[in-house]
Design a protein around this ligand. Structure first.
Ligand code: 8YV
Length: 313
């Protein structure tokens, strides 16, 4: 008999198809009353497939009393209650590394776009402003500028390498200094923001980093400084960011993530010096396929051997 696996939200169609072939996959998101469904059938499921957006909180884990494995199709684990999983002995798999390059590419995409005004210039051409004789304002060059990276994990390092390729100077702030990297360490985020022309957030999300970037850090970044966030929206106080942008206290922002996705603080939509992406940093055919292979591999490995391939615990 096939193992029952619960699916909390949409995934790559190819992954959904592969899961449905191997498992008795149930799409919870199609239930009209998910709570009632869980109350009746929660005990049937031993597997659970989650994503960065559709995680597994304590209530969900409680509703699945026989759950043995959670496979997260993503690297960020802030939407999964890891303590609750650990307490119950539930294995948790995730998909680190395979998305480092695409996420880092997106950080540079946002950095270059917001500095040079790529998206705004595109709008300028489409509006007919160029044809009418308009002059698009000058941008900021990036070579020789300073990139401060918050969170020098796997993705942060990939961003640092790319920034060096653009002849930028790199420093970072982390909970603790990282051995074997050629980048300067700033002991506080405030010092990093004061030093940087571009502050790039590549840290984990969740309670420990919530609103780390708020008014004081934005003011340290200053009127010539740009913020880039490819990590989690929760790290930035979005209202404070909006105020800083509206008042010219920072120069611009490039965002892939938001506090309340898919909602974006409305005031941001009106600003030409803000580049807004819909959480697509890992969204390429190649990377999403690699993530799908790994999250499926984690489930398969667990049911075959009792352990996931890549454990988050
Ligand atoms: C995806 C992400 O949006 O991996 C993460 O933590 O935020 C992204 O890669 C998501 O997990 C895809 O389902």
């Amino acid at each position: 008999m096939k193992e029952r696996v619960l699916q909390n939200g949409r995934l790559l169609p190819a992954l959904e198809a592969a899961l449905a072939q191997r498992y008795d996959l149930h799409p919870l998101w199609q239930e009209r009353d998910p709570q009632a469904f869980l109350a009746r059938h929660g005990a049937d499921f031993r597997g659970y497939i989650a994503s960065a957006r559709y995680g597994a909180d304590a209530a969900m884990i409680r509703a699945l009393p026989n759950l043995r494995v959670i496979s997260v199709n993503g690297v960020g684990l802030d939407a999964v209650d890891l303590a609750a999983a650990r307490a119950r002995g539930i294995a948790v798999g995730y998909t680190p590394d395979v998305l480092n390059d695409c996420v880092a590419d997106t950080a540079l995409l946002l950095l270059l776009d917001v500095a040079r005004g790529g998206s705004a210039a595109d709008r300028f051409v489409r509006r007919g402003d160029w044809a009418r004789g308009g002059q698009f304002p000058l941008g900021s060059s990036v070579h020789g500028k300073r990139v401060g990276i918050l969170g020098l994990g796997r993705i942060g390092r990939a961003i640092a390498r790319r920034a060096q390729g653009f002849d930028m100077e790199v420093r970072y702030h982390n909970r603790r200094p990282v051995a074997d990297v050629p980048y300067g360490y700033e002991a506080t985020l405030h010092a990093l923001a004061s030093w940087a022309d571009f502050l790039v957030i590549a840290s984990a999300g969740g309670p420990p980093t919530r609103h780390l970037v708020a008014e004081a850090i934005l003011d340290a970044l200053g009127p010539q400084g740009f913020l880039v966030n490819i990590a989690r929206g929760s790290v930035v106080d979005e209202q404070a960011l909006l105020a800083a942008l509206q008042q010219g206290r920072i120069a611009g922002a490039g965002l892939d993530v938001y506090e309340d996705e898919p909602a974006v603080t409305p005031g941001l939509l009106a600003l030409d010096n803000v580049v807004l992406l819909p959480h697509i940093a890992s969204a390429t055919h190649e990377t999403r396929q690699a993530m799908a292979d790994l999250s499926l591999g984690n489930l398969d490995a667990f049911f075959a051997t009792g352990a996931v391939q890549v454990s988050a615990l």
